[in-house]
Design a protein. Sequence first.
Length: 87
Amino acid sequence: MDIAQILGREYSGSEWTLDGEDYTGLTWLSETTKPTEAELKALWPTVETAIQNEVQSKIDAKASAIDKLEALGLTLEEVKVAFGLES
């Protein structure tokens, strides 16, 4: 469970600090009620899935871009050279 990811995504308007990676290091600075460790654990599968979906979306977008370049008769290497991009 990544507490910082959960808080950043599900409690984006809240203020907090996290010393380390454990719930015991969480200091709640907002006036709202601090989420319990159980609440954060319950949110983790949803947040983890969202993170995985974002990673997969980037992979899919890159593959789509490469397919489009190839359809135009260009290689990824040619585009990198043309735009000064590193490998």
